[in-house]
Design a protein around this ligand. Structure first.
Ligand code: URP
Ligand code: ZN
Ligand code: ZN
Length: 488
């Protein structure tokens, strides 16, 4: 039996903060309280620090290929990067090839996970590309029982990932019946493809053209379509990487109508504007992610929605396409550069620095948007994203004074660059525990556990929307406990 005591910190949850010790036995939190008088094998002094739940990143690409370019990370490197930043649970995507049986796609994903075992828990979403054969729909409905309780759909990237509205409909129906969540990349793929073709035909191929081919209306139209189909099918739906006010509007309206719609944004949309495309050389190519960075002013609208109504989660959309590959492709024009930006390691620090320290978010909202709500929405509410008796002892000791400057060269992803290079952040993790065991201490990986696939639970019935400014979203409705498998 292993007993870990975290003593003297201020525990921050989605709903409040209090001075409390935390006792974990065999990986589970068993007691919380002031000055606990208990024996422990390991005592960590959290005096002067915050104690928060390990971060939960529900949108991080590890196993991804974009236009033939494979991501540079594997599960070991990605989770090591995440852990250094205080994220102890992440969710990757399993991509169905056209026509591929879904169990076969999942088996391949699980084999890759076993090959490079992660140091933190990793769950997976099933990315649907083709339900033409009726057997695929049956296979999709069987996914939640296998711990895969979210389905991903792309309304962008025609010819590769994009699905038509009939496939959206069938996927949403399957989700509604089985308690799965439907994640939607909402951009109008055909309109964007036409805009790209026009630009390329006119010889406009620099990275500065990228945002002009994906204007806010292409995002807003697709969000509107997604939430309309969510309303018609009754599927719990989650819009990924919302980038601007125009895309927020249909989400806010749907929430107000009581539709079970949720949404995330990412640090690149909160912190970067479209001036990135005016930077010289490869610096502009670093901004080729989709949707693109938006004009100055849009970022503040996202912050307001994150603090109030509209946005529920901050994920990273970590997309590990190595800088060298981006540079090589940039020579062929912006349309050839793999879309995406890295960000797994600095999510909690960036939101703390630019959200909490600026007064845009409370500490509780920071914990809620980065840990608690993602756990709850994705079927992990009973175990993750909470400092509570019965939850997994995935804990972060957060030193509010720890200061560092983000440098890609010091990071643990293999991607080799950061869109936040040179930004100084105050506040960071001094220790990160998984199942009560220290994993990262003072920036050093001190253990190399071989963790496995995180089973998640379906969520039946409506989840309550966050009540608004200052409010958290505690608890989970109908979620059965999640489990993870250790690697042998
Ligand atoms: O540009 C992006 N976001 N690339 C990663 C894949 C996706 O669209 O989420
Ligand atoms: Zn996307
Ligand atoms: Zn993504």
């Amino acid at each position: 039996m292993s007993r870990t005591l975290v003593r003297g910190g201020t525990v921050v949850t989605a709903t409040g903060r209090a001075r409390a010790d935390v006792l974990a036995v065999d990986g589970t939190i068993v007691a919380l309280g002031r000055d606990l008088d208990v024996d422990a094998d390991r005592v960590l002094d959290a005096g002067g620090q915050l104690v928060i739940p390990g971060g939960v990143d529900p949108h991080a690409h590890v196993r991804i290929t974009f236009d033939g370019v494979p991501g540079a990370d594997d599960f070991a490197s990605a989770t090591t990067a995440a852990a250094h930043g205080g994220t102890t649970t992440l969710m990757d995507f399993c991509f169905q090839e056209h026509g591929q049986p879904l169990p076969e796609a999942l088996a391949a994903w699980r084999a890759a996970l076993a090959e490079t075992p992660p140091v933190t828990d990793v769950g997976v979403h099933m990315t649907v590309t083709d339900l033409e054969d009726p057997r695929r729909e049956q296979e999709l409905r069987a996914m939640p029982a296998q711990g895969v309780t979210s389905f991903k759909l792309f309304l962008a990237y025609p010819g590769t990932y994009m699905v038509d509205d009939a496939t959206v409909w069938r996927t949403m129906r399957a989700a509604e019946r089985t308690g799965a969540l439907v994640m939607v990349h909402a951009e109008n793929g055909p309109a964007i493809a036409a805009l790209i073709a026009e630009a390329v035909a006119a010889g406009r191929t620099g990275p500065e053209v990228h945002p002009t081919t994906r204007p806010p209306a292409t995002e807003a139209e697709a969000v509107n379509r997604a939430v309309t189909l969510a309303e018609l099918t009754g599927a719990r739906t989650y819009v990924v990487h919302v980038s601007c006010g125009a895309a927020l509007a249909p989400i806010v309206a749907a929430k107000a109508r009581g539709i079970d719609v949720w949404a995330e944004t990412c640090p690149q949309y909160l912190l970067l504007d479209d001036s990135i495309y005016a930077r010289p050389g490869v610096e502009a190519a670093k901004g080729i992610f989709s949707p693109p960075a938006r004009p100055a002013g849009e970022q503040e609208r996202l912050w307001q929605a994150l603090a109030g109504a509209g946005l529920d989660v901050v994920s990273t959309d970590h997309s590990p396409f190595a800088l060298a590959e981006r540079e090589r492709r940039a020579a062929e024009g912006f349309a050839r550069i793999p879309n995406g930006a890295p960000g797994l390691e600095e999510r909690l620090e960036l939101v703390h620095e630019t959200g909490v320290r600026t007064g845009r978010l409370t500490l509780e909202q920071w914990v809620d948007r980065c840990c608690t709500t993602p756990a709850r929405l994705f079927g992990l509410g009973a175990r993750k994203g909470a400092v509570a008796v019965g939850a997994d002892a995935d804990l972060v000791l957060w030193d509010p004074e720890r200061t560092r400057t983000i440098r890609a060269a010091e990071q643990h992803s293999r991607v080799g660059y950061s869109v936040h290079e040179g930004r100084t952040v105050r506040g960071g993790p001094s220790a990160v525990l998984v199942d009560g065991q220290p994993l990262v201490v003072d920036g050093e990986l001190v253990d190399r556990p071989r963790r496995g696939f995180l089973h998640r639970a379906p969520v039946h019935g409506r989840q309550r929307q966050a009540p608004g400014p200052g409010g958290g979203a505690p608890g989970s409705r109908g979620a059965r406990p999640a489990t993870h498998e250790e690697q042998p």
